[in-house]
Design a protein around this ligand. Structure first.
Ligand code: HEC
Length: 157
């Protein structure tokens, strides 16, 4: 009997490899147990932010954040993360932008960064104040200037 195979074994191998690679890049398979546990704890928290009192201009940034940052994990991961400082957000948004297939342009990344900096200064103020109190005078001044820049840009808009 003639066997019929419509996918050549060669292409099947390529597809399987591509899927495996995408899986490791997009998922958390490569993370150690402690990191996984930390991220799972974040993800158990709320998955939305009440932005009704936020500046109108910032609401678009929130939409972008909800679209772009839910492609590989829940939005509750960044929402409940312990990142609050502008530097932490800048580093992390760039790290996420550079993950293969993220589809986050640098202008989207900037808007998401601004949303996260604003949101951390309002919703996570206690955590932010705590980190600022522990920072060096120079880091504190840099962080406060970066927060002021974002607030000046959006407050009352
Ligand atoms: C292409 C997939 C992908 C996209 C898109 C993505 N993430 Fe992630 N994210 C990951 C992976 C994988 C991890 C865990 C490994 C790591 O930290 O790099 C992660 C981890 C995180 C963490 C936890 C870091 C920690 O260790 O505490 C935060 C916060 C986060 N992402 C925020 C965001 C934000 C904000 C966006 C949108 C700008 C975003 N992610 C978009 C894949 C993605």
């Amino acid at each position: 009997m003639k066997t019929f195979c419509f996918i050549s074994p060669r292409w099947f191998g390529v597809a399987a490899l591509a899927l495996a690679a995408a899986g490791t890049l997009l998922a958390d398979d490569t993370l150690d147990a402690a990191t996984k546990a930390r991220l799972e704890a974040f993800e158990k928290g709320p998955a939305t932010i009440d932005i009704t009192k936020y500046p109108e201009a910032l609401k678009e940034n929130y939409d972008l954040f909800s679209q772009k940052c839910t492609q590989c994990h829940k939005l509750s991961r960044p929402i409940n993360s312990d990142y609050v400082l502008p530097d932490e957000w800048s580093r992390y948004v760039k790290r996420m932008m550079h993950k293969p297939g993220s589809g986050i342009s640098s202008s989207d990344g900037k808007k998401i960064y601004e949303f996260l900096v604003y949101d951390s200064a309002v919703r996570k103020k206690a955590m932010l104040d705590d980190k600022l109190a522990k920072a060096t005078a120079e880091d504190k001044a840099t962080a406060e200037a970066a927060i002021k820049k974002v607030r000046d840009q959006y407050d009352g808009k």
